[in-house]
Ligand binder design. Structure first.
Ligand code: AKB
Length: 342
């Protein structure tokens, strides 16, 4: 069957790399990217449409124009920015999702990908090897919206037969596009600053372990889940994915193996610390392994090597990104970018 795919929120960290992978797999003519603003650059043959997921009428026009068979809804406000703008975060994360789900039911669009996050867990969830099913009491507005979203997607699957698939992403580490407004962003900033300045001040404390994943694994996981036979999927809320767990100290040590003069320091009192402290330190992903044969490829050593090599050979790209981040106050400190996508 010929697939036509629309990616909403395609300019963000995951969307921009997922778009590349989906264009390679399905052909540029079958993948439409969309976001509230056009991307910095479009390559020949790329199809882009400006759309706000909160504008249901426009979204309907977009779906009627392209008649997608699959939708990837990646527009969201992340954990750190969400704490600055809780109403906006709730509005974007919930009403954006509801608009897509309702239009999918109305127009008969069956297959949808929607990302959840490790943020669905909270202070009373087990911290180590956090299982798929356990106490979930998120205390960030982002986590609350993602947990509510999980309940909604399972409901729409059961009630309307929508084939919605979802992953609880850990922090994603990538070099092509910067993340925006997350608690796990330090693990990306550290590489940019290590190469630009030889030093980094972490906004999370030295022993804060969090689950993370290299972008290539995250993109492959998403596509493998979307390709899996529907009858194999036993989870219709969102799958745990373990990734790799490490602390700021451990990633700094790994960077020092390649850049021996790298200097790491730590800033106290950043509000993102409280969010990180409420999240799991490590995750159990036995359901993903069993249901769709999930296997992680990149460990901490691999991703550190890949990040540094790629950033070194694409210097122009990351210098531009770093300048952009500086302008938008993305580095260590209490201010975060105000509008972002997963
Ligand atoms: C964030 O830090 O908010 C995100 C996430 C773990 O969902 N990267």
């Amino acid at each position: 069957m010929k697939e036509t795919i629309i990616i909403l929120g395609a300019n963000g960290q995951i969307g921009s790399e997922l778009a590349l992978a989906l264009r390679n797999k399905f052909g540029k003519e079958n993948v439409i990217t969309s976001d509230i603003r056009p991307p910095q650059q479009l390559e020949e043959g790329d199809i882009f449409e400006t759309a706000n997921v909160l504008d249901k009428n426009l979204l309907k026009e977009l779906f009627l124009k392209y008649k997608p068979t699959q939708i990837y809804l990646l527009a969201a406000m992340l954990s750190a920015t969400g704490e600055q703008y809780p109403q906006k975060a709730w509005d974007l994360n919930m009403n954006g999702l509801l608009n897509v789900l309702d239009l999918a039911v109305e127009l008969g669009i069956k297959k949808i990908f929607w990302p959840s996050s490790i943020a669905v867990f909270g202070p009373h969830s087990p911290k180590i090897d956090t299982p798929q099913y356990c106490v979930m009491d998120p205390n960030s507005i982002y986590g609350i919206s993602k947990l509510s979203g999980e309940r909604l997607v399972e409901y729409y699957h059961a009630k309307y037969g929508l084939d919605i698939r979802s992953i609880r992403y850990p922090g994603i580490i990538s070099w092509k596009t910067a993340p925006g407004g997350g608690t796990t962003d330090y693990a990306v900033h550290i590489f940019f600053e290590a190469l630009a300045k030889g030093a980094y001040t972490s906004f999370l404390s030295e022993n804060t372990a969090l689950p993370m994943m290299y972008m290539d694994d995250a993109v492959r996981a998403t596509i493998e889940l979307m390709d899996a036979p529907a009858e194999n999927l036993t989870i219709r809320s969102s799958y745990n994915l373990a990734g790799i767990s490490f602390t700021p100290t451990e990633i700094a040590q790994e960077i020092k193996k390649i850049l021996p003069n790298f200097d790491m320091s730590y800033a106290d009192g950043d509000p993102r610390q409280a969010i990180a402290d409420s999240w799991p330190k490590s995750i159990n992903d036995e359901y993903a392994q069993k249901d769709w044969n999930w296997k992680l490829e990149y460990n901490l050593e691999d991703l550190t090597r890949e990040m540094i090599e790629n950033l070194k050979t694409n210097k122009q790209q990351w210098v531009e990104l770093l300048n952009l981040e500086r302008k938008e106050n993305l580095s260590a400190g209490p201010k975060w970018r105000s509008n972002s996508h997963v």
